[in-house]
Unconditional design. Structure first.
Length: 189
């Protein structure tokens, strides 16, 4: 059924271009590479990442996860980036769900324990947000996190994502259902 609204971002905005590298305030976001396998395994083996992202990975699963981002870019459904600081990968940030017609995306992120507390996630979120609004042309970006995760809340707020509300029992974690905060920024903010 055809939409009566013009798409916010035209189809092909991602698939006809190469996924970029994005620089911002001491961090570089770049597409995942096969040689990032050990970082992905370390991230998803970390209890802090597991608690909030609710998954672990075998080497084969990590290889598939890395490889999946190329298809998600070309399919215009997601964009995953390794976060580099001083040339070393220290985390991940992704537009995990993209709806170009609505100009909407949801972000997820994590950083390795050695990079926590240094503002890496916030600087990566700010860089990705700037690119998403300025180059890709998105209208709205959302961050959802467990209300029991104050660190993620602080990252979203420092990057200018207003807290819009709480989604009750929205996500199932290993310890049960969690209420989720919903933060968002608009391109007009």
């Amino acid at each position: 059924m055809p939409s009566l609204a013009t798409p916010a971002v035209p189809p092909g905005a991602m698939s006809t271009t190469k996924q970029p590298e994005i620089d911002g305030d001491g961090v570089r976001l770049r597409p995942w590479r096969a040689d990032d396998l050990e970082v992905v395994l370390a991230g998803y083996a970390d209890p802090g990442v597991q608690r909030w992202h609710c998954r672990s990975m075998t080497p084969l699963e990590a290889e598939a996860w890395i490889a999946s981002w190329r298809g998600r870019w070309s399919g215009e459904s997601g964009a995953g980036f390794a976060i580099e600081r001083a040339g070393a990968v220290v985390g991940q940030i992704s537009l995990r769900r993209i709806d170009l017609a609505e100009g909407l995306a949801e972000v997820s992120y994590w950083v390795l324990p050695t990079a926590r507390g240094a503002g890496v996630a916030g600087r990566a979120l700010t860089a990705l947000t700037g690119w998403s609004f300025g180059k890709l042309g998105l209208h709205r970006i959302e961050v959802a996190h467990s209300t029991a995760n104050p660190a993620s809340c602080a990252v979203a707020e420092r990057a200018g994502f207003a807290l819009e509300g709480t989604k009750r029992a929205e996500a199932k974690h290993a310890d049960g259902w969690h209420d989720m905060h919903l933060h968002a920024r608009l391109s007009t903010d």
